[in-house]
Ligand binder design. Structure first.
Ligand code: AGP
Length: 610
């Protein structure tokens, strides 16, 4: 995905755009650029690389003006270089665009426009937008009509903002699928991919809906869709704690967010679990009489959220006796699942904008399934297109590698499973109180783990030259193994594979040598002995053992090259504890290997393209 921002007002637009783009950099950081109306001429400044590279360019090539647009890119079409960086302009240089999404029919449009004399300079799908607008404006001599005509020709998901040299007091926009928010300040107006880019200046905001288009002036919003009459809209008072947008004294957002986890879990518990162990989910608007009839659940999600979904399966089957499948979103959306009105589809997404997960929701609704989503952004596309949602309440997650959202997802799924068990009259009051006691002990146990972060820094230093890792876990910690491997891959660029411990001897064990460290997640619990067998299998083949075990487990410690102890807890809570040392190991491994943890190469915070 990409980040887009637009501004109209009294301030120097370049500095406003740079601040906004910096806030959106988590959405993509392959290249960045701005277009400004400088003395009634559109001036573009863009650069390969990050916002700081664009800032350096602006120092040597400054611009002046009060209206402009900006973009930070995660490349979809065309390599990440200066030429393909946004903004893109039309043939005459009178129209500039910044765009988030994909124009699926860009090739046909490009050929049509070239036939009409338009000259293209990039490999991007986006470049068809300014040329198409230029063509329609020439034919219709009316900017809103030309905008509507342009939007009607585009296929795919998009949000874009246009700067026109003929309209210095406006910015034009359109939204279909990718997020776009309007912000109203004092004598100034904003457009952005999310509200974090425009606070605190935007005192009120409005989330533009799909199929809406229009323009902003420094005094307000002019909103349209298919009809010719302007649409009414209601501004929402912007309540956004800007403090969440700084590192809070940590070197990276990822480290801050790892350390935020105890507080977030504490908040979720306090907000959702009462003293009788009963769960309340006030925002979840599915009626109990429907939920009582649900016979089957399909969880669809991607990446780390898919790992959370696997844990969720254990919870829903264990505490709600609900038959549950878990699908990777990009598979679910194409497999034409057997599902009907009694099937509940659960989408899990931190960003709420993952294209494959959103497409799966459309697939589910086409089969008349009801959809519940677990999201961290309650104004996101997935939240809005689900019948109901559960707010992860994890606060903005800026680090591309998901950490606090993961444990918030797992905790939220556990509480949802308790909620479903409750409406099915499963479990006794004693059971509920016992679970309540264990859950309430979690935040302090997480804090005890975080207090020993230095041990994981040592692991990372000692293993800084290892080229490949295996992670093993069973049942609730099979997804922990998958998650630990993914974290290492995505921020330290080290190949790692996660397997169910029982699967190890069905092939992966062939990998083992003294060059392959094996992370064994072996807390005391139902399958503890089975994990000991895995450890022995690795040792007998001279593999190096990195174990995550329960405090005081001298036996595992004696069999391990590296051993990290976590506090005792029931099986079903161990994923919430065992993942933390693995998050820290990945983070410190990234630093040891000279990688940038918050903005790993080739990644973006949310994959809003297929
Ligand atoms: C997690 O660290 C990754 N950044 C990625 O796998 C992510 O979990 C996945 O893209 C799903 O994102 P979502 O939760 O926003 O849908």
């Amino acid at each position: 995905m990409c980040g887009i921002v637009g501004y109209l007002g009294p301030k120097s637009v370049d500095s406003v755009l740079i601040v906004g783009l910096t806030r959106l950099e988590y959405r993509g950081y392959d290249s960045a650029g701005i277009a400004v109306l400088d003395k009634n001429e559109i001036v573009v400044r863009k650069e390969k690389g990050k916002i700081k590279d664009l800032e350096e360019l602006l120092l040597s090539h400054p611009v002046e003006g009060n209206v402009g647009i900006g973009h930070t890119r995660w490349a979809t079409h065309g390599e990440p270089n200066r030429q393909n960086a946004h903004p893109h302009i039309d043939t005459a240089g009178s129209t500039a665009v910044v765009h988030n999404g994909i124009v699926e029919n860009h090739h046909a449009l490009r050929l049509e426009l070239i036939d009409k004399g338009h000259v293209f300079h990039t490999e991007t799908d986006t470049e068809v937008i300014p040329h198409l607008f230029e063509q329609y404006y020439k034919e219709l001599k009316d900017a809103p009509k030309a905008l509507k005509a342009t939007v009607d020709r585009l296929e795919g998901r998009f949000a874009f903002v246009l700067l026109l040299d003929k309209f210095p007091d406006r910015l034009f926009f359109a939204r279909n699928g990718s997020p776009l928010v309007y912000g109203k300040g004092r004598g100034e107006s904003f457009l952005a991919s999310d509200v974090s880019a425009i606070v605190p200046a935007a005192k009120e905001h409005f989330h533009i809906e799909n199929d809406q288009w229009g323009w902003i002036t420094k005094d307000g919003l002019h909103l349209h869709n298919g009809t010719s009459e302007p649409l009414p809209f209601e501004l929402t008072r912007t309540q956004f704690d800007v403090k969440t947008l700084d590192r809070g004294g940590y070197e990276h957002f990822m480290l801050k967010e790892i350390h935020e986890q105890p507080g977030i879990i504490r908040g979720i518990i306090q907000n959702r679990l009462n003293d009788e162990g009963l769960v309340t989910l006030p925002e979840m608007q599915l009626p109990n009489d429907f939920l009582n009839r649900v016979t089957r659940c399909i969880i669809t999600s991607a990446g780390t959220s898919w790992h959370a979904g696997i844990v969720g399966k254990f919870y829903l089957e264990q505490f709600a006796r609900l038959s549950t499948e878990v699908d990777i979103s990009s598979e679910f959306r194409y497999r034409n699942p057997i599902a009907d009105g009694e099937t509940l589809v659960v989408a899990i997404s931190q960003s709420g904008e993952t294209a494959d997960t959103l497409a799966g929701i459309h697939q589910a609704k086409a089969k008349f399934c009801r959809v519940l989503s677990f999201v961290n952004v309650t104004t996101s596309s997935i939240a809005r297109e689900s019948e109901a949602f559960i707010d992860l309440m994890a606060g903005p997650e800026i680090g591309v590698a998901s950490t606090k959202a993961y444990t918030a997802q797992v905790m939220s799924l556990l509480l949802y499973a308790q909620f479903m068990g409750g409406i099915k009259w499963l479990g006794s009051k004693e059971d509920r109180l016992a679970i309540l006691r264990e859950i309430r002990l979690l935040p302090e146990k997480m804090e005890r783990i975080l207090a020993r972060a230095e041990e994981l820094k040592h692991w990372a230093h000692e293993l800084r030259d290892s080229k490949d890792f295996v992670f093993l876990g069973r049942q609730h910690n099979h997804p922990t193994a998958l998650e630990g491997a993914l974290k290492l891959k995505e921020i330290a660029y080290v190949h790692a594979s996660g397997y169910a411990g029982g699967e190890f001897k069905h092939g992966p064990i062939a990998l083992i040598s003294d060059q392959i460290p094996v992370v064994c997640i072996a807390p005391r619990g139902e399958l503890y002995e089975k994990m000991i067998s895995n450890i022995e299998e690795v040792r007998s083949r001279k593999g190096r053992i990195l174990s995550i075990c329960t405090e005081g487990d001298e036996m595992v410690r004696s069999k391990s090259d590296f051993c990290f102890e976590i506090p005792e807890c029931p099986d079903y809570l161990s994923p919430l504890l065992a993942v933390i040392p693995l998050q820290l190991f990945a983070y410190y491994s990234a630093l040891e290997r000279g990688c940038e943890p918050d903005q790993p190469r080739n990644l973006a915070k949310s994959v809003t393209v297929e």
